[in-house]
Write a protein of this length. Sequence first.
Length: 259
Amino acid sequence: MNELLKRLGLSQMASALPRLLDDARMQQLSYEAFLRQALEAEVAGRHERALERRVRAAKLPRRVRLSTFDFSFQPTLSERLVRELASLRFVETATNVILLGPPGVGKTHLASALALQAMEAGHSALFTTLSQLAAALDGTNARGGRAKSLQRYVRPHVLIVDEVGYTRLTPEQAHQLFALVTARYERGATLITSNLNFADWGSLLGDEVLATALLDRLLHHAEIITINGRSYRMRERMGGDSVERAGNGDGSKSISAGE
Ligand code: ADP
Ligand code: MG
């Protein structure tokens, strides 16, 4: 039987079959109910594998979720707005999300969690940092090559460009970024995290006029979320909200507790 299932490409059903048969015998399932369960195992298995493939292709730095985000730690952040984003309407309407704030306030966490949620709903996503993106778009001088690498960033339903502000772009890279934002305009949702004010984008791109045109497209349909809070990383280093532990130099050991 395994052989037949494999020939039909029903590998998920094949691996679930011993368990399904046991269950069917124990529960004395009808033929119809058994067949339905077997087919459902194949469909669920395929869905799971497709999701796994999408998530791997997205290159998220970590698979974090909104459920592990402590909103009470960031009172300036609107939980209501983040929950609304989690409904994923922003993906369907190609609305951009700009997360602004100092290091450690959860920008990458929030962007990654929204992307993961979007992938679970069947969307494609891709995570990159601005410096990786700039290098990729810069990479080849062959025109065909560059058009192809641009396409890689245009295609995903959700594109995260993390850490905008740590890398100054060359004029060529700035034009490539502008081309990307233009190509994604009203087509895909771009999530940007940055420690910069928009006023500083001119010096980031090395061109005030280009920066204005880029921000015009980027912000036309966008939610801007500013987080003015404490760094969660520092909180972890300090040992949480508990009493300060003086001189505890290796407090970093507890950093990944709770993950
Ligand atoms: P940023 O991108 O703003 O520098 P990160 O998203 O990388 O910050 O957050 C730093 C670390 O702290 C990550 O491990 C993240 O999961 C965690 N973190 C940040 N804010 C929160 C929060 N409010 N609740 C739970 N974990 C958080
Ligand atoms: Mg970050």
